[in-house]
Design a protein around this ligand. Structure first.
Ligand SMILES: [Zn+2]
Length: 255
């Protein structure tokens, strides 16, 4: 019994140390390094689109979104790749990597809807959702497991590595999705993309979802609530959109 209490106390102590530590276990930079490797690997293993029209179109939309960012994210060397794959998916990773699958271009009807997708993904990066998720998981799961072993030698380094990988692999939580929706909407509006199109995008997604669920949806739960939340944000984002237009931000991205 005492032994059990002792190990629970040790786990508790470690978890408290991990949670209370002002420095996160895994930093954004460490996840970015892993993301860099992962992105390079994807480029080698997945067919990239050589369609110049599509490449120019996606990069045009991504550049307009990136142009709305503030430091340190505006200073990243953003890298955009288009993967020739039917998956209805897109992602952005710490360090400034954006991946768009050609499958999502079949669901996004215009530059504004693609702007909504990329704005949402970029928001996950600037809100540091991967870092948040990796550190939370490390603290609760890996932290507890590691409590059994003495944290000596390379153990800390191993944790950082596991955490950095988790940062890329873990799906986002529902709360993070809502946050990314709100900030993503601001990015698209600031870039001069019509925020009303975000509502249409999610309707298109829901329509696609009637058959096999698209991948973008499986990690990005869509619901009427989500659409209602976006509609509620529209008055604010329309003000931003109109300011962007007045300031001359008027992207003309086409295939
Ligand atoms: Zn998301």
């Amino acid at each position: 019994m005492i032994k059990v209490i002792t190990s629970i106390a040790r786990i508790g102590l470690l978890a408290a140390l991990l949670a209370g530590c002002s420095l996160p276990l895994v930093s954004e930079r460490e996840i970015a390094l892993q993301a860099d490797e992962q992105f390079a690997k994807m480029r080698e293993e997945t067919l990239v689109s050589n369609d110049i029209g599509i490449r120019r179109y996606v990069i045009c939309v991504a550049d307009a979104i990136i142009a709305t960012l503030e430091p340190p994210y505006s200073e990243l060397d953003w890298d955009v790749e288009i993967f020739d794959d039917e998956a209805i998916n897109a992602f952005a990773m710490p360090g400034g990597k954006i991946g768009v699958f050609t499958g999502i271009l079949a669901v996004t009807e215009n530059q504004d809807q693609l702007g909504a997708v990329i704005g949402h993904e970029v928001a996950h990066v600037t809100l540091q959702h991967s870092v948040e998720r990796a550190n939370r998981t490390l603290t609760t799961q890996v932290g507890a497991a590691a409590a059994g072993a003495a944290l000596g030698g390379g153990a800390a380094g191993d944790l950082v590595n596991i955490g950095a990988q988790l940062g890329i692999l873990l799906p986002y939580g529902r709360g993070q999705e809502s946050e990314a929706d709100v900030i993503g909407l601001a990015y698209m509006a600031d870039a001069g993309f019509d925020p009303r199109q975000s509502v249409q995008l999610w309707k298109n997604m829901a329509e696609k979802n009637k058959g096999a669920p698209p991948e973008f949806l499986s990690t990005h739960p869509s619901s009427n609530t989500r659409i209602e939340d976006l509609v509620a944000q529209l008055p604010t984002s329309l003000v931003r959109y109109n300011s962007a237009k007045t300031a001359g931000r008027d992207p003309r991205c086409s295939r």
